[in-house]
Design a protein around this ligand. Structure first.
Ligand SMILES: [Zn+2]
Length: 98
């Protein structure tokens, strides 16, 4: 996807969107620890890009939302699992009391 960044944008932000998006998932997870070819932390590179590139910033926001949703879903599944554990115990009790 071609992006037209302002000519005075920081050099780091001139990295193309496809490259930034490869790292966006890890960035949103706070797990981006790699460095680029010039020893700049990729978090800085991606952060600088997100400040000047609205589509990528929106995507990062969507990833954060997705992450929050998955987190909430994960919690709900834990609750469900606890419920089914209790149910299994109850069934076992019922079977044992026959
Ligand atoms: Zn971009």
């Amino acid at each position: 996807m071609a992006q037209h960044l302002p000519p005075d944008a920081p050099v780091a932000s001139l990295t193309d969107c496809a490259h930034i998006r490869m790292h966006l998932d890890a960035f949103a997870d706070g797990e981006l620890t790699a460095f680029d070819a010039h020893d700049h932390p990729l978090t800085e590179l991606v952060g600088a890009h997100l400040r000047v590139c609205e589509p990528c910033a929106r995507l990062e926001h969507a990833l954060q939302s997705l992450r929050a949703a998955l987190h909430a879903l994960g919690r709900r599944e834990q609750v469900t699992e606890r419920a089914s554990d209790a149910l299994r115990r109850r069934v076992a009790q019922l079977l044992a009391s026959r």
